[in-house]
Design a protein around this ligand. Structure first.
Ligand SMILES: NC(=O)c1ccc[n+]([C@@H]2O[C@H](COP(=O)([O-])OP(=O)(O)OC[C@H]3O[C@@H](n4cnc5c(N)ncnc54)[C@H](OP(=O)(O)O)[C@@H]3O)[C@@H](O)[C@H]2O)c1
Length: 247
């Protein structure tokens, strides 16, 4: 029997890589997200079922989990790849921007936890959420997104405890800078890119495939004893102090 997974935010850069990685290992994937053209494109490429949803809406996320379960014949796990970024100091952040960052990142993660906790296979399953290295270290102008991602890390630990008796695992990945459309304004500007790259002790940005493989690792039933963890996939950004690298 193949493993079945739901990906929320499936039109995004890391989500596309995750869908290809999971399909490549023989799993079935159900794709959900809001951008019809992007979702249809990856769904067609992988011959996978999909649903267009707003991931901040609890009812629509429930519908995605239920439809994925019915369509695939049970669900082994789900990952939330929905996200946004806002690089502004707190005093320049409007109430609307703050609410937007919280809803897109934290509410979508919470919506998946509440829907998946009663709908994954009775024998157990795995949920993976996306944090960020910005929740671990203080990065300037990251107040709103760091708060939202910090909330996701706390959510993972509580949910992992609550649902451990049902054999449901909850973990998060905390990436450093990965080159996707989300971060284009940094990696596409030479000065900003160099500054950001220098913060990563391994001296480079991450790839979508590197993050996708880490998500796949945590989703897999082979990792049946890992729960409540935040895994940094970040070139050392979250935990290490970077010194100038010898050229
Ligand atoms: N890239 C990085 O450096 C980095 C670093 C740390 C954490 N992360 C996290 O990793 C995850 C994936 O990021 P990514 O780099 O792959 O970004 P991405 O390519 O921009 O993907 C994010 C996806 O979220 C979707 N989305 C946003 N709001 C939504 C909503 N309300 N309902 C449904 N879908 C919604 C976007 O849809 P649209 O296409 O319609 O915009 C987009 O497809 C995010 O949680 C992000 O915060 C990324």
């Amino acid at each position: 029997m193949s493993e079945n997974y739901l990906i929320l935010g499936a039109g995004g850069g890391i989500a596309n890589a995750l869908a290809r990685t999971l399909k490549g290992q023989g799993a079935q994937v159900f794709l959900a997200g809001r951008n019809q053209a992007k979702i249809e494109s990856i769904a067609q490429e992988l011959n996978s079922p999909f649903l267009i949803i707003d991931g901040t809406d609890f009812t629509q996320v429930e519908q995605a989990v239920t439809t994925a379960t019915e369509t695939l014949g049970g669900l082994d796990g789900a990952a939330n790849l929905i996200g946004s970024v806002l690089l502004k100091p707190a005093h320049l952040t409007s109430a609307q921007e703050w609410t937007g960052v919280l809803h897109t990142n934290l509410s979508s993660a919470f919506a998946l936890v509440r829907a998946a906790s009663t709908r994954l296979r009775p024998e157990g399953g795995s949920v993976v959420l996306m944090s960020s290295a910005a929740a671990e270290i203080g990065l300037s102008n990251h107040e709103a997104i760091a708060a939202a991602k910090g909330g996701i890390e706390a959510l993972v630990r509580s949910a992992a405890t609550t649902y451990a008796s049902k054999n449901l695992r909850f973990n998060a990945i905390a990436p450093g800078l990965v080159q996707t459309s989300l971060t284009e304004r940094v990696w596409n500007q030479p000065k900003a890119a160099e500054m950001s790259r220098s913060l990563h002790p391994l001296g480079r940005f991450g790839t979508v495939e590197e993050v996708a493989r880490a998500i796949q690792f945590l989703l897999s039933p082979q990792q049946s004893w890992i729960t409540g963890q935040v895994l940094g996939v970040d070139g050392g950004l979250g935990k290490l102090k970077s010194l100038a690298r010898p050229q």
